[in-house]
Design a protein around this ligand. Structure first.
Ligand SMILES: [Mg+2]
Length: 329
């Protein structure tokens, strides 16, 4: 067994539909004593980035929570207006995140989907859009201006780079369009939030527990004073629990979080999955792996070998990161 872990499971869980180009999600479940954590950096990520994700799994304590329930959003992919309305009604959430600017979706399609979501949610519901960096600043300013009539909570990652986000914010301010900009893909590594803040590139930060190296580093970002929204990194309920716990520990939480993602997977590794009720996830005890369920979700030998090798390489790096940080503080 790879020290310091007492048990390691490499999982392979099919997705209900292709997401982020992924049909089957792979990752590791790691047990130390009775504490399970998840390590699931995407396979194309290099060791340094994967080691940052591992720092999250190496934490041995949990943040103090300040709320028992966390509001979550429903995510509406690029689907027809009628399908979008169905998804909103079925979810029971009062916040919807609508994907826009997808391949093969025109601005008219996006507007029709947004209208359908607004109708299904009602006037008091919150709608945010996510362009996943697809727009140039000029294109974004034009699209956001035309979509603003629907009433937007914020726009997530309208442009790809931090400089473009900053440019767009200036353009929106100049046009008098009061739609806040959230940085998502621009906040992936530990140093990223500092750059986003230094360049004045966002009104909100979307933070993810594993990619940023765990809850302690995430909570430090509250010092910037920007509102934060916790999102999942496409995790099983083991990883989602840490994301939920982080959201429950944020000093201020004014926005629904993107952590109701357990249903994107066809199956889960715990007995009762973290699935929202009435638009909220509730903090319960730390979940443990249900070995019966996990037994059917184990990765094949080649994949398992690959992940074990990756863990060996990344453990040293993660420990270096952690000790460098301790010396700094
Ligand atoms: Mg996003």
């Amino acid at each position: 067994m790879t020290e310091p872990f007492d048990e390691i499971i490499v999982y392979a869980i099919p997705m209900r539909s292709r997401f982020r180009g992924i049909d089957v999600r792979h990752g590791m479940l790691l047990r130390r004593g009775d504490r399970w954590s998840e390590w699931s950096p995407f396979p194309e990520y290099g060791d340094r980035e994967a080691a940052t994700w591992l720092c999250a799994a190496l934490l041995t304590d949990d943040p103090v929570i300040v709320r028992e329930r966390v509001p979550v959003n429903v995510t509406i992919p690029v689907v027809s207006p009628s399908r979008a309305a169905e998804l909103v009604s079925a979810a029971g959430c009062t916040t919807a995140k609508v994907k826009v600017a997808g391949a093969g979706s025109s601005q008219a399609d996006d507007l029709a989907r947004l209208d359908a979501v607004r109708n299904a949610l009602g006037a008091s519901g919150r709608i945010r859009i996510d362009a996943n960096g697809a727009w140039t600043p000029i294109r974004a300013a034009e699209a956001i201006t035309s979509m603003a009539r629907i009433g937007l909570e914020y726009v997530e990652q309208p442009c790809a780079s931090v400089d473009e986000l900053a440019e767009l914010r200036e353009m929106l301010a100049h046009k008098g369009v009061g739609v806040p900009v959230a940085a998502d893909e621009s906040v992936r590594r530990a140093a990223d939030p500092h750059l986003v803040v230094a360049r004045n590139a966002a009104d909100l930060l979307v933070i993810k527990n594993q990619p940023l190296g765990g809850w302690r580093r995430c909570l430090e970002l509250a010092d910037f004073g920007l509102p934060m929204v916790v999102s999942s990194a496409l995790e099983t309920s083991i990883g989602l629990y840490d994301s939920l716990r982080l959201a429950a520990a944020l000093p201020v939480l004014d926005h629904a979080c993107g952590i109701n993602t357990a249903r994107l997977f066809t199956d889960d590794v715990v007995t009762s999955s973290l699935i929202a009720r009435d638009g909220h996830l509730e903090i319960g005890p730390r979940p443990v792996v249900d070995h019966q369920r996990a037994a059917t979700l184990k990765a094949d030998r080649t994949t398992t070998r690959w992940w074990r090798d990756r863990l060996e390489r990344c453990l040293d790096l993660a420990r270096q990161f952690n000790s460098a940080e301790q010396e700094e503080s």
